[in-house]
Design a protein around this ligand. Structure first.
Ligand code: ADP
Length: 485
């Protein structure tokens, strides 16, 4: 097997900087790919948290990029991850969320900031660092998506390019006046280039120029080629249909392992599910819920945004309360939704509990203690929380969209009888259908042996990166072959 060198380019990476599933994937994939003979270096922006987290930092390249201010490329490592860091203090020396100012709005220069990331990736792709000249440049989401465009317009011999769409809803659209400043040639501003409805479309540019496009589940790969889920890019994506594939995300099964998890009250495994009870009790305590062993407890771990469909869950509050269920929600995001949830929790103390903010240890405790985990997304490229739920014996209740459709097997008579059932699915995504799935799951919950079987089916599902990483390795080999051939 010939070894392949991959430059991965992304705006976040677990465990250093994370706002969502993107970081999990970018952090886990390079490690899983090692077994496939793929050597990955990941280029990320030099936010303060990144610079502080790295060991063995050294300067490997310096260049005056187009925005003034000193710009250096550093190389370092964080655990098993090998990183390139774009050290540009005028763009990235800002603490907190990578995209938002302390007022909660996008940084006004986000176009420049992430064009700089792509421009540096372009430099590395073209051989700026002699010790690491990649065969493949793999860009993730809009923040890195200008990279294939820069490489293309360089007119030079270039590595193969792959773009992964983690969420088509975030497209990175900026005024066309930026074109000159970010060093793209005037001829790039056409509908076959980087132009997107009169602006510069970063994601659009990547979709136009990457040799291959991947997204994070087969169903989402199909959905985004339609007009409804294509979000303005469906036509372009349909035109590139033969270059698009869906590869499911995995999760880091050493971080998400109920047998060794340091964040939970009682560790357990598939043979010892009774030990989950102590986690359920801990969860009820942390969310000020009544200490009832037998109450059906449903959990949520989510960004609070329209995408995630939690407004539909709260429309179903009467069902949850009438049926004597409990709800524990951990989330952050949309302020209006947060207020609505807070009021519901206050009005129904002991039955509905909510914690707002980003809390990784608490997310682990929810997975370990909740009976079911609800993910009622309107669209969901892959979704990671349902994968963690499967691993932790929390039965997922999910909408039939994107990766949720691909990773959960709905419990019905046939799938229960054949030992396939792992959760409950509903669709189309409406409050009524969600209510129906919740009621259906509650009925099965009362039948303990069947419920236990669904839990153990889920825990036996392979949610690791192993098989998924080999799909990326195959893709890299294919694209490398194309370039060499
Ligand atoms: P998205 O990337 O759209 O937010 P995913 O399901 O793909 O959704 O990934 C979300 C990741 O972030 C999961 O690892 C989940 O556990 C985590 N997460 C989401 N919200 C929170 C929160 N409030 N606290 C802790 N972890 C969270």
């Amino acid at each position: 097997m010939t070894s392949i060198r991959v430059l991965s380019v992304a705006s976040e990476i677990y465990p250093i900087v994370k706002t969502g599933g993107l970081a999990d994937v970018v952090g886990a994939l390079p490690i899983a790919l090692k077994a496939e003979g793929i050597e990955t270096l990941t280029l990320v922006p030099g936010y303060p948290d990144v610079l502080n987290a790295l060991a063995e930092l050294r300067v490997v390249f310096e260049c005056p990029l187009f925005f003034g201010g000193a710009t250096r490329l550093l190389r370092g490592r964080c655990g098993e991850l090998e990183l390139f860091v774009l050290d540009a203090p005028h763009l990235f020396a800002r603490p907190g969320n990578p995209y938002l100012s302390p007022e909660g709005t996008d940084w006004p220069d986000n176009g420049l900031r992430f064009a700089a990331l792509a421009r540096m990736a372009d430099n590395v792709g073209l051989g700026a660092v002699a010790s690491f000249v990649p065969d493949i440049v793999h860009a993730h989401d809009w923040q890195a998506a200008l990279t294939p465009a820069y490489l293309r317009y360089s007119g030079r011999r270039r590595p193969g390019t792959v773009l992964t769409v983690h969420n088509l809803a975030y497209q990175g659209r900026f005024p066309h006046q930026l074109l000159h400043e970010i060093g793209l040639p005037p001829e790039s501003f056409t509908m076959h280039g980087v132009e997107y409805y009169g602006d510069i479309g970063f994601l659009k540019a990547g979709l136009q120029f990457a040799d291959r496009i991947t997204t994070v589940s087969p169903t989402y790969a199909r959905e985004i080629q339609g007009d409804e889920q294509g979000m303005g890019l469906g036509g372009l994506l349909r035109g590139r249909s033969s270059d698009i594939c869906g590869i499911l995300n995995g999760i880091d099964t050493s971080v998400w392992n109920p047998a060794t998890d340091p964040h939970i009250a009682s560790r357990f495994d598939i043979n010892d599910l009774d030990r989950r009870a102590a986690n359920k009790a801990g969860l009820q305590q942390q969310f000020d819920l009544e200490q009832k062993r037998d109450a059906y407890l449903i959990g949520v771990i989510s960004r609070l945004s329209w995408q995630k469909g939690l407004d539909l869950l709260f429309e179903n509050l009467p069902t949850i309360l009438d049926e004597g269920m409990q709800l524990a929600l951990l989330g952050s995001g949309d302020a209006e939704l947060e207020n609505r949830i807070r009021s519901a929790a206050q009005a129904n103390a002991g039955k509905i509990g909510a914690v707002f903010g980003y809390d990784e240890p608490l997310a682990h405790l929810i997975q370990a203690g909740t009976d079911a985990l609800v993910v009622p997304s309107r669209f969901e490229p892959c979704g990671l929380t349902q994968l963690c739920a499967l691993r932790y014996g929390a039965v997922p209740i999910v909408s039939r969209v994107g990766g949720l459709e691909d990773t959960v097997v709905d419990a019905d008579e046939a799938t229960i009888a054949t030992g396939m059932a792992t959760g409950f699915k509903f669709g189309p995504v409406t409050a009524e259908n969600l209510a129906d799935a919740i009621r259906r799951s509650h009925a099965v919950f009362r039948d303990r042996p069947v419920w236990r079987r669904i839990q153990t089916n889920g825990m036996s599902t392979d949610v690791s990166w192993r098989n998924r990483a080999s799909r990326y390795a195959d893709l890299y080999r294919e694209v490398t072959g194309l370039r060499r051939g």
